[in-house]
Design a protein around this ligand. Structure first.
Ligand SMILES: *[C@@H]1O[C@H](CO)[C@@H](O)[C@H](O)[C@H]1NC(C)=O
Length: 191
């Protein structure tokens, strides 16, 4: 009987650890400052693009379809270039826009602009390379009507979105596993 009680307590603790490690961050509903309709972020299934926001999202399914068509037809863009630009274009879906979308402007991080410039400099639009059309990442972002700011919070690139996040995710899982192990050992010794 006592063992059964302890097993249940252990089960509850395990569940609590996993819930706090895996799920807590994803469902916080935030106000969407890009939209005027007092909208809040929520999960969105079947996003055609910007899918990394589907757990918690400010845009709605139908609004994303127009993103792809509004992007410049770039010539000679590498995959990395397309990824960083794609990420930049999806700002209106971000549930964190309340932090950096105000005064009707995206406040984008200078380092994100420089990253795009570096990755896309050799890609060209209507025969002109990005690197010759703009002097810098700052220049490029200003031309998109973004406000470049290095003060936090600013809209920044998340490299985990297009792969390369395996390690971070793996770390989180390993940490949860370790917490679990510590719990189990504690339980065994307290019995
Ligand atoms: C999203 O749109 C970008 C820009 O047009 C495109 O490069 C990318 O392949 C699209 N992603 C998906 C999943 O359709």
């Amino acid at each position: 009987m006592a063992t059964g009680g302890k097993n249940i307590a252990l089960f509850v603790l395990v569940f609590a650890v996993y819930a706090s490690v895996c799920c807590c961050q994803t469902h916080q509903s935030n106000v969407c400052t890009y939209y005027y309709d007092a909208r809040y972020s929520e999960p969105q299934g079947n996003l055609a693009n910007c899918t990394w926001y589907s757990n918690n999202c400010c845009c709605r399914r139908t609004e994303v379809t127009s993103v792809a068509s509004s992007m410049y037809p770039l010539f000679g863009a590498t995959q990395k270039c397309r990824n960083v630009l794609n990420y930049m274009m999806c700002y209106f879906c971000s549930p964190e826009q309340y932090l950096w979308y105000y005064d009707n402007r995206v406040h984008v991080c200078g380092r994100f602009c420089e990253l795009v410039y570096r990755e896309c400099g050799s890609a060209s639009y209507e025969g002109v390379a990005i690197a010759s059309a703009y002097e810098s990442g700052w220049d490029f972002c200003q031309a998109q009507t973004y406000l470049v700011s290095d003060e936090l919070p600013c809209f920044d690139y998340d490299p985990k979105v297009f792969g390369g996040g395996g390690l971070v995710k793996g770390c989180r899982e390993a940490l949860a596993g370790l917490a679990l192990l510590v719990l189990i050992i504690n339980f065994r010794y307290s019995m």
